[in-house]
Design a protein around this ligand. Sequence first.
Ligand code: PLP
Length: 454
Amino acid sequence: MLTNLAVRDIETLVHPYTNLAVHREVGPLVLERGKGVYVYDVSGKDYIEGMAGLWCTSLGYSNEELCDVAYEQLKKLPFTHIFSGRSHDPAIELAEKLKEIAPVPISKVFYGASGSDANDTQVKLVWYMNNALGRPKKKKIISRLKGYHGVTVASASLTGLPANHTDFDLPLPGILHTSSPHHYRFAQPGESELDFSARLAAELDEMIQREGPDTVAAFIAEPVMGAGGAVTPPEGYFEAINAVLAKYDILFIADEVITGFGRTGEMFGTTTYKMKADTLSCAKALTSAYFPLSAVLINEPVYEVLVDQSRKIGTFGHGNTYAGHPVGCAVAVKTLEIYQRDRIIEHVRKVAPTFLQRLTRLAEHPLVGEARGVGLIGGVELVKDKASKAQFEAKKAVAAKSVSFAQDEGLILRAMGGDRVAFCPPLVITEAEIGEMFDRYERALARTLDWVKA
Ligand code: PLP
């Protein structure tokens, strides 16, 4: 029986990333409030937010300091744009802080409002820069199958998932995809992680050779693939990729939209995996999701090209109204202050062993083929047969079923293609809450097994 709110939802909303035919029958989960790592629906039922919203509410719910700073900024100056040389204190302070903590030398910060627009900015910067440098052929960008970089036309092209391409006439020409570095699923029998990494780097090298090194401008990667299934890179992967990119003078864009600000147990995933990135895209935990804000961190050579072009042709013609929104910047400054003051990264390192121990214990379950993670992000892959790694039929949607049982048990998770389920709780989660989260998922898995067998 649908509630009144559910009926009104169905009558009015088109939900992103939702099977709308199913939604029309079952209706939404309507959440009302949150506290710490818990959210509550309109009936008062509690759920552990095992996905930190969408990989983003790193400081959990109802953080009074973030609410206060947003309110104060709203009262003082709710909006000013930063076009045409205008600026404001929170935008400047935040950029200073980001430069200070960036994992690679960064010269300047370009703001946006979402991870997708940050990655669109990256694409446009690459194209603009190579035009300016008189290399109009050097425009191709390589990303990875199962990588996720957003949904706008350029960032959806970078994304390596069929659902973002099929029926949208994407990817754009000049955006190419190399193999996913998921060892469990794509390594050859008996192939070590190091050998797999070397093979993928050789494949990238061949792709660049085939396309012509003078036509390939950039490579983009998430340190840990999020929507591709919370996939951590195999040993030696980014070291091998770094070497290929350096050989052909190819810009390395790190998509830190999920991994930025402590998720992997370091401030940035770039550091965890020794990625020699040139530029970074950040969003989500930048404001702990209390306000939509993204930041592209660019290096000095890219910035110098922008200045030089401004001298020659005038305005750099890119940016959106809400880029560097004062409320978002004020919230982000406070968020970064809290990360440092409350030693959030130390906290992640302290609780990560419990998280990873409970996560990997899931692999003992008959349905779980693989469990992998780092810091406070991880995933499992559900399989029909553990020995052969055979998958269930996609339309059976076994992972989605386990996530719906989890929701019944009071835990919000996310199912992804290939029957993968991600765990990405708020960074402030305690060891006891981690235990409760996995207890709830273990109950959900038991129910999933009964359902599969029935
Ligand atoms: N990049 C990564 C790695 C992401 O996970 C996401 C979203 O989940 C994006 C980019 C796109 O961000 P947004 O949804 O804010 O546009």
